[in-house]
Design a protein around this ligand. Structure first.
Ligand code: COA
Ligand code: MG
Length: 318
């Protein structure tokens, strides 16, 4: 309904989401001590087939034995099209009270979420789990993108979406082999300079569609991996672009990307000061019975209050 009020601000900071292959026990302590807001223990694509069972056992052990402080903890289960998924879900829901969310890969249709919700609800009931598990759905196939509006509405458990750039590129047939990067051929020739090539952002449509779907249901929108972990400038640029749109965070596939994400997704001091100035100026305007005013030569009105509050809410959780 158009009058439904959707709280679009994140409830907990999720600026950086570290990917942690669950068979790499040697990474765990470092990850736990890192400044990552969120961590997902991966049972899916960073784990070789022969390690699937070991990775699952590791994830259960790690969630119970390691101090993850107040991080948002997720496990990425295997896909619904594999023979591993059901046992992944049963083990982690049954034995990991510390788990916050299940990260579901390759969600294609709303019924995928329904199937998992039904199973999780039964397990939660049987073990009397008091803190309800959330879901984060990975949109990383053409099918998932086509159904993203139904997926965000599929269950009360869905708290966030992540954009899986690598699988999505493969699903579309995009001619790139660098995870999360732009293809240098994707651009236009500028009219004015005739042969002046300008590179364009090839992920804009997909990211904007995910963001819009998330915010229509008050969910967090998280951008996915950037594979070239030595390219800090490239990571920062990709992160800043989606942060400007409204995304709440981005994956880190290496510890060196965590602080970059934390910095980019926290509004800057200038943004915070401007937001505060807008609210103060609007309070003065409203005390005089005005709905619009000018601040430093710019129009501000009641919508400006909402824009400012949205920026301040991101600063508050970060
Ligand atoms: N989480 C926690 N710690 C990590 C880490 C991660 N994802 N990746 C690397 N580290 C640690 C290493 O153990 C090393 O620690 P040390 O300095 O105490 O010895 C340090 O960070 C530097 O690691 P480095 O040598 O630069 O990387 P690597 O060659 O060991 O590993 C990757 C590189 C890409 C294989 C590794 O970062 C990785 O597995 N990333 C996650 C992949 C993933 O989850 N993919 C699925 C989602 S896209
Ligand atoms: Mg994937």
């Amino acid at each position: 309904m158009s009058h439904t009020i959707v709280n679009t601000g994140p409830k907990k900071a999720q600026r950086s989401q570290l990917a942690l292959p669950a068979n790499r026990f040697d990474f765990f302590e470092k990850a736990a001590r890192s400044p990552a807001d969120a961590i997902f223990l991966d049972l899916e694509d960073s784990v070789a087939i022969e390690d699937k069972h070991k990775a699952r056992d590791n994830a259960v052990k790690a969630l119970n034995e390691i101090d993850w402080s107040d991080k948002l903890m997720l496990v990425r289960i295997n896909g619904l099209d594999t023979q591993y998924m059901y046992q992944d879900l049963i083990d982690i829901v049954k034995h990991c009270p510390r788990l916050d969310r299940v990260l579901i890969p390759k969600v294609g249709v709303a019924a995928d979420v329904y199937a998992l919700d039904m199973l999780v609800t039964q397990i939660e009931k049987s073990i009397k789990r008091t803190n309800r598990l959330g879901f984060e759905c990975l949109i990383e196939t053409a099918l998932g993108m086509s159904n993203v509006e139904q997926i965000v509405a599929s269950s009360q458990r869905v708290e966030a979406l992540s954009f899986g750039l690598a699988d999505y590129a493969a699903s579309l047939g995009t001619r790139t082999s660098t995870i999360g990067a732009n293809h240098p051929d994707y651009g236009i020739l500028a009219q004015e300079g005739k042969h002046n090539f300008i590179e364009q952002d090839m992920w804009h449509y997909a990211q904007m569609r995910i963001l819009n779907a998330c915010k229509s249901h008050g969910l967090c929108a998280i951008d996915g991996p950037f594979g070239d972990f030595n390219d800090k400038k490239g990571y920062r640029c990709a992160a800043k672009r989606v942060a400007a749109l409204g995304f709440d965070g981005k994956w880190a596939i290496h510890p060196s990307q965590i602080e970059l994400a934390n910095e980019v997704f926290k509004p800057s001091n200038e943004e915070i000061e401007k937001a505060q100035a807008i609210i103060q100026a609007m309070q003065k305007a409203q005390a005089k019975g005005l709905g619009a005013a000018s601040l430093d030569g710019e129009l501000i009105d009641i919508a400006s209050i909402k824009m400012a509050e949205s920026i301040l809410s991101k600063a508050l959780v970060a």
